[in-house]
Design a protein around this ligand. Structure first.
Ligand code: BGC
Length: 769
């Protein structure tokens, strides 16, 4: 665990130059706007340790799968969001020396991510080998007000030097992916152009044929007066640069203001990209840096008004939760139903930027409560549109008759993952996709979604489960063999309780939704059953038979659900008895040893008790929590949040708080020693869950919001905003009680500690503790 980020409520601050932590900082200080994003690489040349990262959402490349031993059914490709052209570069040469922090004496350095206004600022003082000393200030952002654009203001102040300074703003599309399986470059050049104060590169992805034009337009000023530049253009493969030489005067700042845009063939015809790009560059450079920055701040202000969480009395916790909310908003805005939320967002290459079950299981509750309902609807539509591919995916594995197996990892609906134990066995992901439909409808009341899209997905998923189970004569029950549950430290197990439970729930939910749609939208129902060739009587009878006769492993003596058959045969040593030198297990133990142990990577049985808490009494939940948590190593970033919510429900406030801290500062403090690969974006939504569902005890019950909050001992108060069916509420939990402010023009009844409270439009009330 590192501890180098300075505490601040609204900013992430790194003080002092720490090249050994640069990869981590490049992840933490990343910028994004839902459409594009980038790691916090330096603008000027840097020959030290760095991972260059610029990404355009939805632009991917199917990298040929590489495995040791090929198995039938493996996907041939792993679709990756790829490193794209970089628009941040500004080379600086002082006299004849390149400004490169790896080769200078750096006497001051500060990086600051301003989460309130949405920009990154870096300042430093550096002395070259020949003694030229400069102060540099670089401010940049990816605009969320206009998500195809961004800007940089880069100022060099010569402190002891007058003489030539060469500045080269450039666009570099000649980039590589560190995780490329065959060291291939993924882009071909289409065209490029360079003019006196700008230029662009247009490239096309190999195989997938996405085209992106990335361009720059810049202004240079000296001593705050614009300079007429006469630049020298350089063009290389997928690269253009404009070199400008000025005579620097000691004490007079030189500023390059660079306006940039990424225009993608996802949104325009490929042959129009250059024109759209040029018009965009013209518009934003005429608008100017200050206006763009002000628009950025205003756009962020609007977001914060809807989803800020304020914690009084604990700056580290405050910084942690804001960082999580900030990164989630940088990653996904919900504007486009072709996009999704990669586990690392725009902060690194790991996980390929693809979609995992993380979206449905962890991110949906955050977006439901903090954004317009169309945002979550778009996440659901993303899967709806991939239903055909999910059916093909199931067919490849031998399933039939319209059964769908959604992929574990995907970009376009096709499965990308290539470890058999996950690709073929971690099938519980299908359940999370059905559960997200349930969550969405429960939260928004948008039942029309079920008739239009949801039921079709539910039927295909339920069909999969009917074929994936088999009848056991021995048990006289249905069983599910050879699966991997959410706990990836067990593979190929029989009767994973969570998977069996969610499978049955999916079938029941499909039956219930079908009945609803049939009675409320009979015409749509008829069309749908025709489309999917549903033999209602026969297929639902099969669903019902499985629902009735499914086998669930249970230990009578302990009164707990068994994670899988045979779990109690394992040596039951607890995590507290593991030497700390053995942790994390995934870095210290052989895989075989992990598989044989009882240690659990992340919530598994408890994931089921989290999703379906209303189906179980509190003693059952407690017994299972008390049994499983001490065996859980939380080596997935997705683990602590679910435990925080359950601990809070059980009244274990101290443990709930401990889990919360672990998730909220996971990346800021590099808890798992892996932030250099990128931030854990999807688990950040879990952090939000820990506060709102954990400490706030928020649930939706019978079409109403219900709160059952407690105040963590260290805090003076905490408050959060929640949007619910056309109302916007602020809930503040303080020592005196729960303040509910209704910020909308519509009254609402909410339940607090089990009692209904009517809050008038634009009114507030206090429920005392
Ligand atoms: C977790 C999975 C998760 C993936 C991406 C893995 O470590 O075990 O549940 O989907 O990371 O976040």
């Amino acid at each position: 665990m590192k501890n180098y980020i300075q505490a601040d409520e609204w900013k992430i601050i790194e003080e002092g130059f720490k090249p050994e932590l640069n990869l981590i900082s490049e992840s933490i200080f990343s910028l994004g706007n839902g459409r594009m994003g980038q790691r916090a690489n330096f603008e000027e040349t840097y020959s030290g340790n760095t991972l260059s990262g610029n990404y355009v959402a939805g632009v991917y490349y199917p990298d040929k799968t590489r495995v040791g031993w090929w198995k039938n059914g493996y996907p041939e490709y792993f679709a990756k969001v790829i490193n794209a052209a970089s628009w941040i570069g500004v080379d600086v040469v002082l006299g004849d020396e390149q400004l490169d922090l790896a080769k200078c004496e750096v006497t001051a350095f500060r990086r600051e991510l301003n989460m309130k206004d949405g920009y990154l600022k870096r300042t430093f003082r550096a002395k070259t080998a020949k003694g030229v000393e400069v102060d540099v200030e670089a401010t940049r952002f990816c605009s969320i007000a206009d998500d195809e654009t961004g800007a940089i203001r880069y100022t060099v102040m010569p402190l002891n030097y007058s003489g030539p300074v060469t500045l080269t703003p450039y666009i570099n599309g000649d980039v590589v992916n560190k995780d490329s399986n065959y060291d291939e470059k993924f882009w071909d050049e289409v065209e490029k152009e360079c003019w006196n104060d700008g230029g662009y590169v247009q490239s096309r992805t190999k195989k997938t044929g996405f085209e992106v034009a990335t361009g720059q337009q810049f202004i240079i000023s000296q001593n705050n007066i614009p300079v007429d530049v006469a630049s020298k253009c350089t063009q290389k493969d997928k690269y253009i640069a404009c070199t400008v030489t000025l005579q620097a005067i000691e004490g007079q700042p030189i500023t390059v203001t660079k306006f940039a845009a990424n225009i993608s063939s996802q949104n325009y015809p490929a042959n129009a990209l250059a024109e759209v790009l040029k018009t965009t560059l013209k518009t934003i450079s005429a608008k100017g840096f200050e206006t763009m920055l002000a628009e950025q701040a205003a756009a962020w202000d609007k977001k914060w008004q809807h989803n800020d969480i304020i914690i009084e009395g604990d700056v580290a916790a405050q910084q942690g939760i804001r960082f999580n909310i900030f990164q989630l908003n940088q990653t996904y805005t919900g504007e486009d139903d072709r996009l999704n939320i990669g586990p690392k967002g725009f902060t690194g290459e790991k996980y390929g930027g693809s979609t995992y079950w993380d979206t449905e299981a962890y991110c949906v509750p955050f977006y439901l409560a903090t954004a317009d309902q169309k945002v979550t609807r778009n996440l659901l539509l993303y899967r709806y549109k991939q239903l055909g591919k999910a059916i093909e995916n199931a067919q490849l594995l031998g399933f039939k008759d319209g059964a769908a197996l959604y992929p574990m990892v995907t970009m376009d609906g096709a499965e990308c993952h290539n470890e058999w134990e996950i690709t073929f066995e971690e099938i519980h992901r299908n359940g999370a996709i059905a559960h997200a439909i349930y969550d969405y409808v429960r939260y928004t009341g948008d039942e029309k979604y079920l008739a239009d899209y949801g039921l079709e997905v539910l039927i295909a998923i339920a069909r999969f489960w009917t074929q994936r189970v088999n009848w056991s004569d021995e048990r006289q029950k249905y069983v599910m063999l050879g699966v991997t549950g959410p706990n990836e430290y067990e593979n190929n197990v029989n009767n994973n309780w969570y998977t069996n439970t969610i499978a049955v729930w999916c079938m029941q939910y499909a039956i219930d939704v079908a009945a609803k749609v049939k009675s409320e939208s009979p015409d749509k129902y008829q069309v749908l059953i025709g489309k999917v060739s549903l033999d209602e009587a026969k297929e639902f009878a099969k669903f019902r038979d499985i629902i009735e006769k499914m086998y669930y492993p249970f230990n009578e003596k302990l009164g707990v659900f068994m994670q899988q058959d045979g779990y109690m045969d394992k040596d039951q040593t607890l995590v507290k008895d593991l030497p700390s030198s053995d942790r994390p297990l995934n870095q210290k133990w052989s895989w075989d040893r992990i598989l044989r142990s009882c240690y659990i990577k992340q919530a598994d049985v408890l994931q089921g008790l989290y999703f379906f808490e209303d189906h179980y009494d509190i003693d059952t939940i407690r017994r299972n929590y008390d049994f499983y948590e001490p065996r859980t190593v939380h080596e997935s970033s997705l683990s602590p949040c679910v435990h925080a919510v359950i601990a809070a429900k059980l009244g274990d406030e101290a443990r709930a708080y401990e889990f919360y801290l672990r998730t909220s500062r996971l990346d800021l403090d590099d808890y798992n020693n892996d932030t250099e690969d990128g931030c854990h974006i999807t688990s950040m939504a879990g952090t939000w869950m820990a506060v709102v569902q954990g400490f706030g005890g928020m649930r939706v019950k019978n079409d109403k919001l219900a709160f059952n909050p407690f105040l963590p001992a260290k805090w003076q108060s905490f408050s959060f905003h929640i949007g619910f069916r056309g109302t916007l509420l602020n809930i503040k939990v303080g020592k005196e009680g729960v303040h509910i402010s209704n910020l909308s023009g519509k009254e609402i009844t909410v339940s607090v500690y089990g009692k209904d409270q009517l809050v008038d439009a634009n009114d507030q009330l206090l429920v005392e503790v």
